[in-house]
Ligand binder design. Sequence first.
Ligand SMILES: Nc1ncnc2c1ncn2[C@@H]1O[C@H](COP(=O)(O)OP(=O)(O)OP(=O)(O)O)[C@@H](O)[C@H]1O
Ligand SMILES: [Mg+2]
Length: 322
Amino acid sequence: MPSPRSLAELERRVAEERDRPAYGDDALISCDRLVRIFTADGVEVQALQGLDLLVTRGELMALVGASGSGKSTLLNILAGLDVPTAGAARVDGYDLLAMDAKARLSYRREVVGFVWQQTARNLLPYLTAAQNVVLPMQLAGRGGRRARRARAARAGELLTMLGVGHCHDRRPVQMSGGEQQRAAIAVALANNPSVILADEPTGELDSATAEQVFAAFRTANEELGTTVVVVTHDHAVADAVRRTVAIRDGRTASEVVRHTHVDEHGQESSVAREYATVDRAGRLQLPRDYTEALDIRARVLLELEPDHIQVWPDTPPEQPRP
Ligand SMILES: Nc1ncnc2c1ncn2[C@@H]1O[C@H](COP(=O)(O)OP(=O)(O)OP(=O)(O)O)[C@@H](O)[C@H]1O
Ligand SMILES: [Mg+2]
């Protein structure tokens, strides 16, 4: 039988747990132990294996990771195009596991915008850039001449803001790859979404053009406050954002955060620090080059110090640690 003191202690902890804000309460995007299992020809592929991710409103961030690590799977779920097998995912108040068809439609029209890698996939070939931008507004909105005029004006403003005002009346075949991607960002922004998701939007472009396209995402983020999540293999893009999250084997493994540092002479420089992700259960993934350097395999020895934790390779008991 537990002593009254430990029972009181237990009750206090339960109360504490209950009153604590829920995981990701104030985040725009929160993924909590997200799992996505694909079954193809009787073989199971665990594309996401308990992925945790929080994205703050107004953030511009990049997702990186090896091919097959689960980046597109995650983005498709966040876009409302695919449903996770288990876990929780919320975007701007929408529960992505519990949406009915109607909520899913309004979510995809009004809350998220999407830009794909394949330029041809983003725009309808028989419409001009401006007509492409107007289309999602038409699908979401009401009729009437005044509404039509407002939509046309907004399309023009968005194209101009992203530096492709000159493509207003051109069809995609009359535009370069970079111009098409910038017009695609305008399409994604048409209904003023909370977040834009982009899956390797610069993958088919040369580096100078990729830079212009990335600048367009930055403009959208700064001018309209739209949250931007970009999957990229492009180091130039990954280095240009404040936070880059790395996905490994269907989980978020580490992230790089860049700060601007001002020294005593007023000189500004960018400082990047790499952090390992700790999930809600306290699990932590050690970087592979660290584990290989110290030949760490099945287990490690932990020692708690006042302000840090020491992690030692496992050694036989006859060799005590100094
Ligand atoms: N529809 C599907 N059916 C079966 N398996 C799938 C499906 N979609 C993705 N997978 C598998 O899930 C894993 C993650 O795929 P995903 O496309 O998310 O990777 P990725 O990180 O986007 O890779 P890349 O950088 O090559 O685009 C892979 O092993 C892939 O083969
Ligand atoms: Mg992919």
